[in-house]
Design a protein around this ligand. Structure first.
Ligand code: SAH
Ligand code: SF4
Length: 388
């Protein structure tokens, strides 16, 4: 043994062709491998019966197919299923499967922690630990498809795919981990792998403008942008990256993206925070923002009721307030949905993915180290000043 084996789970179709080339194998071997691994969910080279025995033996010596191991697996009362996955060195990430009548959606993570530190997000409170590798990103889909099949009695194989949609809305900012994210996206889209259409794969970003342009060029999938505020003053506080890429730049980037996008709208996510960003005035400002002259962008708005995290000063808007906010947008002709909160009882809802394995007190310690204890935080950002 001794030598470390290469994990080929996250190799993009092109990388796998190159890898087979280095082993003296023809490009069609890469296609066969892709089909076995991703279409059929096989993780054992010996089961790949149309590969020569000698090639299988070689792969067994030098390569492996390894997804992050499952530390915990919870099913919510509403059928939502959440896995806690080990990515080493005390870091854990989460993936969530959301079953619906006409689809099965997997929400995947792209980083352990996140550097953006949005005020209302528990992943952000963890701080940034590290980028996930392509193996770890696609490994979530590979593992989840197999697990859902097993629980539903669907045998492994090409037919009967259970996960029809993927959203990169788990832990982390996908566009801060661009290369690994795109390698995983390419596998999701490839006909020899998962064969998902671009419309069924969504990248959610808090607005990393240059990388939105890069994504449009290299791998345009459906786009969700986490907006959360209709003006820079408030967004600077809620989504600190706004100080770097303010709203005018973000809206212009959305419009540019739209030219390449597989759908005829960009989805704006808006987390509803009681008394912070949920007034009629904010709603009208939001209409103005998405409509305004040269930066107008065809969009839909998805209102997400805030999932409570222990952050003084933040609470969920009332249902009445959310309805009133939605009505203003709808009356202005903007298609607006209100997200149903799923998996609440297993902490699988948006923004609650913090990784139970992480000692939560460590988060507090880290914040204290950075001089941003929770209280100080709220004091620095007094909502009264920014929510006029
Ligand atoms: N980093 C990316 C994707 C992961 S976050 C992004 O920010 O878009 C996925 C979504 O969950 C984002 O829209 C985010 O703003 C939202 N979210 C984060 N914390 C939340 C919370 N506590 N309640 C509701 N939504 C939250
Ligand atoms: Fe990061 Fe997204 Fe959470 Fe903001 S909302 S801290 S960008 S994961």
């Amino acid at each position: 043994m001794g030598e470390e084996r290469v994990n080929i789970l996250g190799m993009s179709p092109e990388q796998l062709v190159d890898y087979c080339g280095t082993l003296g194998e023809k490009p069609f071997r890469a296609r066969q491998l892709l089909r076995w691994i991703h279409q059929c969910g096989v993780g054992d080279f010996d089961a790949m019966t149309d590969l020569a025995k000698s090639f299988r033996a070689k792969l067994n010596r030098i390569a492996e197919i390894r997804a992050p191991s499952v530390l915990a697996d919870h099913v919510s009362q509403d059928g939502t299923r959440k896995w806690l996955l080990d990515v080493g060195q005390g870091n854990a990430i989460e993936s969530v499967f959301i079953p619906e009548d006409d689809r099965g959606t997997l929400c995947v993570s792209t980083q352990a922690g996140c550097a953006v530190n949005c005020l209302f997000c528990s992943t952000g409170k963890q701080g940034f630990n590290r980028n996930l590798t392509a193996d770890e990103i696609i490994g979530q889909l590979w593992m989840a498809e197999a697990a859902v099949r097993k629980s539903r009695g669907v045998p492994p194989g090409k037919d009967g795919r259970q996960i029809s949609n993927v959203v990169m809305m788990g832990m982390g900012e996908p566009l801060h981990n661009f290369d690994a994210t795109v390698a995983a996206l390419k596998l999701m889209l490839d006909d020899n792998a998962y064969g998902l259409s671009r419309r069924r794969v969504t990248v959610s970003t808090c607005g990393v403008v240059p990388m939105m342009d890069k994504l449009a060029k290299e791998c345009p999938v459906a786009l969700a942008v986490s907006l959360h505020a209709p003006n820079d003053k408030l967004r600077d506080v809620l989504v600190p990256l706004n100080r770097r890429y303010p709203l005018a730049e973000l809206m212009a980037a959305c419009r540019r993206y739209f030219e390449h996008a597989p759908r005829d709208f960009v989805m704006f996510e808006y987390c509803m925070l009681n008394g912070v960003n949920d007034s009629d005035v904010h709603a009208k400002e939001l209409v103005q923002l998405v409509r305004r002259g040269p930066t107008a962008v065809p969009c839909k708005v998805n209102l997400i009721p805030f999932n409570s995290i222990p952050m003084p000063g933040l609470s969920r808007s009332t249902d009445e307030r959310i309805e009133a906010f939605a009505k203003i947008l709808r009356d202005a002709g903007i298609i607006t949905t209100i997200r149903k909160t799923r998996g609440d009882d297993i902490e699988a809802a948006c923004g609650l993915l913090a990784g139970e394995i992480m000692d939560k007190t460590r988060v507090q310690e880290r914040m204290a180290e950075k001089g941003i204890g929770t209280e100080g935080y709220i004091k620095t950002y007094t909502f009264k000043n920014v929510c006029s």
